[in-house]
Write a protein that binds this ligand. Structure first.
Ligand SMILES: *Cc1c(COP(=O)(O)O)cnc(C)c1O
Length: 408
């Protein structure tokens, strides 16, 4: 048997759509936490405190607000679990992630026959997928027209589509859900902790899911924040859900939510990691101390700086997302987006291409909210473009960036 050497992973500049870099304080909690089982009093207390912080972060009084162990898709699986075979659903797709959301929903809503017909990509008639072109946002008018026509039980949208870097119209989505008495489900994976919104302002949306490693900045495999309204919990109580592990009513018990009440200590649902609980708890403390509104302002401010700098290099920015800039390369570099990303990644500058057509470049600023960090990103990107033959004056670009920050 071969024994591999110790796995060394370098420190890279995480400048993509996610994960963002993790605060040293979060990593410190991960590795300096003592071993304690999942029913130890401080672990249970940490989960209850995290639950309370999550209600603050989401801006909600929803009792069923907690973290689902795993990644964004784990939280999303938990909210999509409300959908049962045969349910009528309208899904809005405008990029890679909402497209995967659509697959997850089609799997949940499929009959046995639908699944058997194409098990990895079922197409049940009861799910209507509304395709919005890459680079465009889902608007309130699009949602209104689709819900008026199809009158579904559920509607789904990504709040911010990270694939194309587009902010979708959450007000319009909520209004149409309320008007047509449809239960809205939302993928808020890339907006929680970056945008400043209270989910209680959107009563037409009954369940929300996010992830650990984007705005919440707690990558060391921790928790996907979720929140369910009483309305959808009642539906799930009445109809059930084909999951033990992601059943919100069962999963919430470990977070001290039992029989529709907050209790002093949770009961066993599965083995939670003391390390993950401590890291997640610290990430939430950091975020709430910084302040949700302040953070949202800072993302907008630094995203505008990055956007201005890459536009000055001749790039065409097609995104409108505060944590991410999606762009096409100019002139003779057009079409070489993948190569440029590859060259940057080889130097531990972790930007990304889009994952579905058309190929574009994505540069993210999660947890890079300083003048120094943005200047570093702009400088590295300028170098990479120049190396590929772009023609601009790097000094002028850097000067423009400095002037933006001086104007403040
Ligand atoms: C990142 C992302 C996901 C997937 O999250 P994982 O943590 O990779 O499971 C889903 N939806 C959106 C909108 C995302 O940005």
């Amino acid at each position: 048997m071969k024994i591999f050497p110790v796995l060394e992973i370098p420190e890279t500049l995480a400048a993509g759509p996610g994960p963002g870099n993790t605060d040293p304080r979060v990593l410190d909690r991960l590795c300096k936490t003592g071993v304690a089982d999942h029913m130890q009093a401080d672990v249970l207390r940490g989960m209850i405190e995290a639950k309370i912080m999550l209600r603050e972060l989401w801006g909600t009084k929803n009792l069923y607000t907690f973290g689902v162990a795993g990644t964004g898709w784990s939280g999303i699986d938990s909210i999509h679990g409300a959908i049962l075979p045969g349910d009528k659903v309208v899904v809005f797709v405008n990029g890679t992630f909402s497209s995967i959301d659509s697959l997850s929903i089609r799997m949940k809503a499929s009959s046995l026959e639908d699944l058997a017909a194409d098990s990895l990509n079922p197409q049940p008639d009861n799910v209507v997928v509304i395709d919005v072109p890459h680079g465009e946002s889902v608007t309130g008018e699009i949602v209104e027209a689709a819900l008026a026509e199809h009158k579904p039980m559920w509607a789904f949208m990504a709040h911010w589509e990270t694939g194309s870097g587009r902010v979708n119209d959450i007000e319009g989505f909520n209004a149409a859900c309320e008007k047509h008495d449809v239960m809205g489900l939302v993928d808020a994976v890339s907006s929680l902790g970056v945008g400043d919104f209270d989910i209680d302002d959107y009563p037409g949306i009954v369940a929300w899911a996010s992830c650990p490693q984007k705005g919440v900045l707690s990558l060391p495999l921790t928790y996907a924040p979720v929140s369910f309204s009483d309305k959808v919990i009642d539906v799930m109580k009445r109809r059930g859900c084909y999951s033990f592990v992601h059943h919100p009513i069962l999963e919430a018990r470990h977070w001290g939510i039992i029989n529709d009440e907050d209790v002093q200590a949770g009961t066993y649902h599965r083995t939670h990691s003391c390390y993950a609980v401590a890291a997640f708890h610290e990430a939430l403390r950091i975020l709430l101390t910084y302040g949700r509104a302040q953070k949202a302002r800072d993302y907008l401010f630094h995203e505008a700086a990055l956007k201005q700098a890459v536009s000055a290099m001749g790039c065409d920015v097609t995104s409108n997302m505060p944590s991410l800039v999606v762009l096409n390369l100019p002139g003779k570099l057009a079409g070489q987006e993948k190569d440029l990303v590859g060259a940057c990644r080889a130097e531990n500058f972790g930007i990304w291409p889009t994952l579905s057509e058309p190929v574009q470049i994505r540069i993210g600023i999660l947890n890079q909210l300083t003048v120094e960090a943005i200047t570093d990103i702009v400088g590295r990107f300028a170098d990479a473009m120049l190396k590929m033959g772009a023609e601009f004056d790097k000094q002028a670009i850097m000067k423009g960036l400095a002037e933006y920050y001086q104007a403040g």
